[in-house]
Design a protein around this ligand. Structure first.
Ligand SMILES: NC(=O)c1ccc[n+]([C@@H]2O[C@H](COP(=O)([O-])OP(=O)(O)OC[C@H]3O[C@@H](n4cnc5c(N)ncnc54)[C@H](O)[C@@H]3O)[C@@H](O)[C@H]2O)c1
Length: 253
């Protein structure tokens, strides 16, 4: 039980990687504050945890709203008495060539994928520093945080920014006992990517990008997130761990 009685906050916890991580943290003893812009899905994850005998509560949180973010972390700390781990999993993606991408679409992806990560990290860190506490943050970057793919200009830019922000925070908090890392998933089957799998040709192409010739499952990403959040990763900060079946190792011939 690596997280016994620790309070773990998850953004975007109503679906996919965030949901799976919430379930795995609870199974290792954590009290999980599951947040999502969609309250019903956050509550759904919390209910699933409780059904399995764990402790959790669902919260509505739009990570791009600075005041809501501040209030949320205050509420969680008051309710559960402490904060230990933050997982920034809320994320969105556009698929559009550069010249067709609207300002609104660009702004939405940048706001959720990098500004939201910054706001939540800042609010969490402020509270830990004020309480003189140790802790950990794990951000969701992507393979597209270290390499590019066509038709995803805002997503690629935002995930490169997550990798950069993770380094910056790791440096700034290096001596504080608070570690900040990221994971870089390859294609993982969730509602974000479900449409890839509706088309057999596309599914085959997706597989072939990865050296392991398959896509990932959300629990495989969650296990890496738990590792980085745990004492097993006690000498790791400011880094992005690729969990990508070999995608970014290089191209197959
Ligand atoms: N699935 C993949 O292949 C993959 C690959 C690399 C990185 N990622 C990253 O992993 C993270 C999780 O992705 P996923 O596949 O689980 O997606 P998902 O769509 O299943 O879950 C994302 C969740 O974020 C929530 N969300 C969106 N905007 C929000 C906001 N403003 N405030 C709060 N919550 C918000 C959504 O409601 C949803 O529940 C994302 O950051 C994504 O970019 C996913």
């Amino acid at each position: 039980m690596r997280f016994q009685d620790q309070v773990v906050v998850i953004t975007g916890g109503g679906s996919g990687i965030g949901r799976e991580s919430a379930i795995e943290f609870a199974a290792e003893g954590a009290i999980v504050a599951v947040s999502d812009i969609d309250l019903a899905t956050a509550e759904g994850t919390a209910e699933e945890i409780k059904k399995r005998g764990g402790e959790a509560a669902g919260f509505a949180l739009d990570t791009t709203d600075p005041d809501a973010v501040t209030t949320f972390f205050e509420t969680v700390e008051k309710r559960f008495g402490r904060l230990d781990v933050l997982i920034n999993s809320a994320g969105v993606r556009e698929i559009s060539p550069v010249i067709e991408l609207s300002y609104e679409e660009w702004s939405r992806v940048i706001n959720v994928n990098i500004t939201g990560v910054f706001l939540c990290a800042q609010a969490f860190l402020r509270r830990l520093v004020a309480a003189d506490k140790k802790g950990a943050i794990v951000n969701l970057a992507s393979t597209l945080g270290v390499t590019a793919a066509p038709n995803r200009p805002a997503y690629v830019a935002s995930k490169h920014a997550v990798v950069g922000l993770t380094k910056e925070l790791g440096l700034e908090f290096g001596q504080s006992g608070i570690r900040i890392n990221a994971v870089g998933p390859g294609v993982t089957r969730t509602s974000l990517t479900e449409r890839y799998f509706q088309d057999a040709n596309m599914a085959q192409t997706i597989k072939s990008i990865h050296a392991m010739n398959r896509w990932g499952e959300a629990n495989e990403i969650a296990r890496a997130i738990l590792f980085l959040a745990s004492e097993d990763a006690s000498f790791i900060t400011g880094t992005t761990l690729m969990v990508d079946g070999g995608w970014t190792a290089g191209r197959t011939m």
